[in-house]
Design a protein around this ligand. Structure first.
Ligand code: CIZ
Ligand code: SF4
Length: 301
């Protein structure tokens, strides 16, 4: 059986749009209708004509698709595929901090649970965070859950007062400054491209900082010939297929997200057959979580 062919037939027959994040394995990216970063995928979820969406990613991505499209069936490849950072703050902590300020906006990275979104004012992704926070009238910004993305943003916005939380992505946290320095010594000609979920130390060594799709765009358009990649290794698939003549090096051997790598071609096939693993959300929670996501889409325009 040719799995790719069978998947193609099934998704057409069952009218399913397959959305995949750049961090899932290359074979899964190849069968997807849309591949991108989390902002692009959240936009596509609202634009695809199909009533069924199969999400190759982690739980917060499927949740966001469902929050924005209550009438669609959003199906996860693996219901256990989750992002630890999405749970690194709770509603009570957010509300307690909010109560201390008269003039505060709670800005929530899209890598967060529906519950956290429901207690926030606006969502952001790494590709639109600067634009969106710049447009907020509030001086105080509670940035949750990612400390590193928040810290990076605060360096670019000295007129705002940031309150941080201690959330982090385990994959990007494990990309250490020493590893990057070692990679630079091994490949002195290479430019370092880093995701803003990396620590500020690592970002200080980067030539370019951006979301997954921004990193791919940068490397593809750049005149440079070699790059050290400080993000999850799934981006190598697109980087290498678009840039056969360029070289890409990882910083260490640990740049894999467990949740993202739970999305396999075999599971895509099985779930297209069964149409199980549907994302279901309590309607009150969905409506509360919708407001900050809709605001993100408005302010990102
Ligand atoms: O999970 C991440 O790290 C994401 C969503 C990255 C990105 O840039 O899309
Ligand atoms: Fe979460 Fe990090 Fe995986 Fe992204 S790479 S889904 S932030 S654990």
């Amino acid at each position: 059986m040719n799995l790719n062919e069978e998947i193609k037939k099934l998704k057409e027959k069952k009218e399913v749009a397959i959305l995949a994040h750049y961090y899932v394995e290359g074979a899964v990216q190849d069968i997807a209708d849309y591949v991108g970063d989390s902002y692009y995928l959240s936009k596509m979820a609202t634009e695809v004509p199909q009533k069924n969406i199969l999400f190759c990613g982690v739980k917060f991505m499927g949740e966001s698709a469902k929050i924005l499209n209550p009438e669609k069936h959003v199906i996860m490849v693996d219901e256990q595929a989750d992002c630890p950072m999405a749970h690194m703050i709770d509603a009570k902590t957010i509300d307690n901090i909010r109560a201390k300020y008269d003039d505060i906006a709670v800005v929530c990275y899209i890598n967060s649970s529906a519950e956290i979104k429901a207690h926030s004012d606006v969502c952001v992704t790494s590709s639109n965070a600067f634009k969106i926070v710049s447009k907020l009238p509030q001086k105080n910004i509670l940035f949750i859950p990612d400390n590193h993305l928040g810290t990076y943003l605060s360096t670019k916005m000295p007129n705002k007062h940031f309150v941080f939380h201690h959330g982090y992505c385990p994959v990007h946290q494990d990309i250490r400054m020493e590893d990057v320095k070692r990679a630079k010594q091994a490949h002195p000609e290479a430019e370092v491209l880093a995701h803003p979920e990396c620590s500020i130390d690592v970002l200080s060594l980067a030539h370019y900082i951006g979301s997954t799709s921004e990193i791919i765009d940068y490397a593809t358009k750049s005149g440079g010939e070699s790059f050290i990649i400080a993000t999850e290794d799934g981006v190598l698939h697109k980087l290498r297929s678009e840039n056969a003549n360029k070289k890409f090096y990882l910083v260490n051997e640990k740049q894999q997200c467990l949740g993202m790598k739970m999305n396999t071609l075999e599971k895509v096939y099985d779930v297209l057959n069964s149409m199980e693993n549907e994302m279901l959300l309590n309607e009150e929670l969905r409506q509360k979580a919708q407001a900050p996501l809709t605001k993100m889409h408005e302010l990102a325009e």
